[in-house]
Write a protein that binds this ligand. Structure first.
Ligand SMILES: Nc1ncnc2c1ncn2[C@@H]1O[C@H](COP(=O)(O)OP(=O)(O)OP(=O)(O)O)[C@@H](O)[C@H]1O
Length: 231
């Protein structure tokens, strides 16, 4: 059974729909890349899945159960973790305190921090003193500690050099291998396609491509057409 299923989902903001007709299924252990030009509605879709905003049509299933009418907190309790755009750390809290927010047990916290040698050394530093890449490591360590079933990631690379972001991507793959279904919104299209099995390209509020990530990675013409909304 897929961890996350969207069936014909529409998200509206202000005057009307900003993204519509999105259907997809992400299984445990899989990464689906969601890419497309600025303003295509990617953030709005993730917000609709996690309950930051309500959806105006369609269904959202988590492990087979409909959740579109549940509160954001109830969706979190069912294992949905949404890493929102920007560095979602609490700057005045230490690294350890940031991780304590999602770790259910001390063992989960220790296991999560153990994956990031850079953070282990800074465990008692306020997150504000870390570099941008290290702050995103805190966000990823928090995800390891939370053990989500579904993980939504919105432009983790924002403000980071590609080389820094490339060091973070293997952790996203590991989170999937640990059992999460991952939906990854990313401006560095080729890097996202490089770790994804499936991909969606959205343009102008509609899905322009839905299929294997490898086909898009290997065919720049296909990617270009999908970005223009021509499928
Ligand atoms: N809170 C809001 N109220 C009204 N309109 C909004 C709101 N947030 C986003 N929009 C509009 O919805 C559309 C989709 O924006 P969204 O941020 O979801 O796209 P995106 O693909 O994530 O783009 P970007 O890559 O620039 O973040 C845009 O036209 C945007 O102006």
């Amino acid at each position: 059974m897929s961890s996350l299923v969207l069936d014909n989902v529409t998200v509206s903001r202000g005057a009307g729909p900003v993204i519509s007709g999105v259907s997809l299924a992400v299984g445990r252990g899989e990464v689906t890349a969601l890419v497309g030009p600025n303003g295509a509605g990617k953030t709005s879709l993730l917000d609709g899945i996690s309950g930051v905003v309500g959806i105006s049509g369609g269904r959202i299933l988590l492990d087979g159960e409909p959740v579109e009418r549940l509160s954001r907190v109830a969706r979190v309790r069912r294992g949905l973790l949404h890493i929102e755009q920007g560095r979602a750390v609490f700057p005045s809290l230490t690294v350890r305190e940031n991780l304590s927010l999602t770790a259910r047990t001390g063992a989960d916290l220790d296991a999560a921090i153990g994956r990031f040698p850079e953070l282990e050394k800074r465990i008692n530093s306020p997150a504000a003193l870390l570099s941008g890449g290290e702050q995103q490591m805190v966000v990823l360590a928090r995800a390891f500690a939370a053990k989500p079933r579904v993980l939504l990631i919105d432009e983790m690379s924002l403000g980071l050099a590609p080389v820094v972001f490339m060091r973070l991507l293997p952790y996203v793959e590991e989170l999937a291998q640990a059992g999460a279904g991952v939906l990854l919104v990313e401006q560095f299209t080729h890097l996202a396609l490089g770790i994804a099995q499936e991909a969606l390209v959205v343009a102008g509020g509609k899905v322009g491509y839905h299929g294997p990530a490898a086909a898009l990675r290997d065919d720049s013409e296909l990617l270009h057409r999908a970005y223009l909304g021509g499928g």
